[in-house]
Design a binder for this molecule. Structure first.
Ligand code: ADP
Ligand code: ASP
Ligand code: MG
Length: 454
């Protein structure tokens, strides 16, 4: 069996979905489990709907719900003009999901309060809409396709908006669910992103979480391959939206991919690699607009050469600077500091320390108010929000002679605030002023991938 995950742009409209169906058709002998995201921009729309509901702007929310419904009804109509039965089923499903969501949003508007639990319910509807319509379209095209509700397989804790998966529960549930659905079917389809607690309460895996769903399912069913179909030719040397002349990488290691994803490469959700590594399942990043392309293979490190693979960046970070003279010549200070990060579940990216100072970076989407107030009881704390983080990633880059010099050479006129080299030898990261970020990433990329290699 294989897992094929299609992201939002890969299912954005009827042309894109038609391409997806033909790509899946080419893989039927490998028994694909198809995992789909919401149509492009639909999850953003659902976030807006939940915001309007929380502000008790009922008419605003209803207007957006109307857009949601008509986009999916139109898609069903365009995909299945010659199959009134499947088209009718798809439209019925769309109306059923949108009716239920409308009543739910109505109730939220009435109360004017949006709990994380209610928000998770609202934002998971994009995947339910897309998977239902695409399931019918696959059946209409002659591929007998069975539908699976991912909540029967993907079990998380009760962190509603960023559920932490229970690997054991997923591993024990998914194989039975998938095999059962495969009876009398040529393919099965399910949703990315959505999940549930063991008691069945709806949760989601966090933004971009469909990649993670795909690798969790791949792990649980012992897939031979996990394919992540997206809108670029594979993993590239940098984000092509930010940097010119990026190159597609033929293959990278699990570790390199994990570091890239964790340090800002949006092409993969940061946690996608971990479940695949557990079972040593290769991941391929492929372009749904160019299904014949080779894409990027993500494999065990022994298949991968040493060398720089990419420059990633995280624009929205916070730098927390902790100053205390109590740190000098004492032990236990670091423990006290990091116990606080752990208590408030704030995860740290980079750390650097000096005699009386610790600086850490964290993703700006995290709420750090609890951490800052707890640290302030025994230290002076300053938070910088005008900085960004750049990471140069590649296997054993620490062994590459002159790499540091080459990385920093183009930055003579630029301020660098923290430098951190991961013990894994895969990553050198540093912090710069946010307003210089794009320039810095472009210059380093040019130096490492154009000047140095020419
Ligand atoms: P999907 O909807 O398919 O999940 P995403 O938008 O989440 O797609 O991810 C694909 C995008 O990731 C690309 O369009 C690209 O702009 C961005 N990206 C960031 N870094 C990289 C990189 N190193 N290689 C390829 N794409 C990257
Ligand atoms: N639809 C979700 C999002 O936009 C999950 C995903 O696409 O991976 O975040
Ligand atoms: Mg994505």
């Amino acid at each position: 069996m294989i897992v094929m995950k299609f992201g939002g742009t890969s299912v954005a409209n009827s042309d894109a979905v038609t391409r997806v169906i033909s790509t899946v058709r080419g893989r039927l002998d490998e028994k694909p489990v198809v995992v789909v995201s919401a149509l492009s921009k639909v999850t953003d729309l659902l976030y807006k709907i939940s915001d309007e509901a929380a502000r008790r702007n009922r008419s605003g929310a209803m207007e957006l719900l109307g857009q949601l419904r008509s986009r999916h009804l139109d898609l069903a109509g365009e995909l299945m003009p010659d199959d009134p039965v499947q088209c009718g089923t798809a439209k019925e499903k769309v109306n059923e999901i949108c009716d239920a969501l409308t009543s739910f949003v109505d109730a939220v508007c009435a109360v004017g309060e949006l709990s994380p639990r209610s928000k998770a319910i609202i934002i998971s509807n994009g995947e339910y809409l897309s998977s239902n319509v695409i399931c019918c379209a696959m059946n209409a095209s002659g591929i007998r396709t069975n539908y699976i509700d991912a909540r029967r397989m993907i079990v998380t804790d009760d962190n509603y908006l960023k559920g932490d998966p229970d690997m054991d529960a997923i591993s024990s549930r998914a194989p039975g669910v998938v095999l059962g659905a495969y009876e009398y079917a040529d393919a099965v389809i399910t949703q990315g992103f959505v999940s549930a607690t063991a008691e069945g309460e709806p949760t989601v895996l966090g933004r971009g979480g469909s990649d993670y769903s795909a690798s969790l399912i791949g792990m649980a069913i012992d897939a031979t391959r996990i394919e992540i179909w997206t809108d670029v030719d594979g993993v590239r040397t940098a984000d092509p939206r930010r940097v010119e002349n990026t190159k597609c990488l033929d293959k990278i290691s699990f570790e390199e991919a994990a570091e890239m994803a964790h340090f800002g490469a949006k092409v993969l959700h940061p946690l996608t690699i971990e479940p695949a590594v557990r079972k040593n399942i290769p991941i391929y990043v492929l372009n749904s607009m160019n299904p014949e392309g080779k894409g990027t293979a993500i494999l065990q490190s022994s298949f991968i050469e040493d060398g720089v693979k990419s420059v990633s960046c995280k624009e929205n970070i916070l730098v927390i600077n902790i100053f205390s003279t109590k740190m000098i010549n004492t032990s236990g200070f670091l423990k006290k500091v990091f116990a606080i990060f752990s208590e408030f579940k704030v995860s740290v990216d980079l750390i650097s320390t000096s005699e009386a100072n610790i600086s850490v970076t964290v993703d700006a989407t995290q709420d750090i108010t609890g951490v800052v107030s707890a640290l302030s009881e025994f230290a002076d704390v300053y938070v910088d929000s005008d900085k960004s983080q750049v990471s140069v990633i590649g296997k054993n880059i620490v062994n590459l002679k002159g790499l540091l010099e080459q990385t920093f050479a183009p930055l003579r006129d630029c301020k660098i605030y923290m430098i951190s080299q991961g013990a894994s030898y895969v990553n050198i990261s540093f912090v710069v002023d946010r307003d210089t970020l794009t320039d810095v990433v472009r210059q380093i990329h040019k130096y490492l991938f154009e000047v140095r290699q020419s």
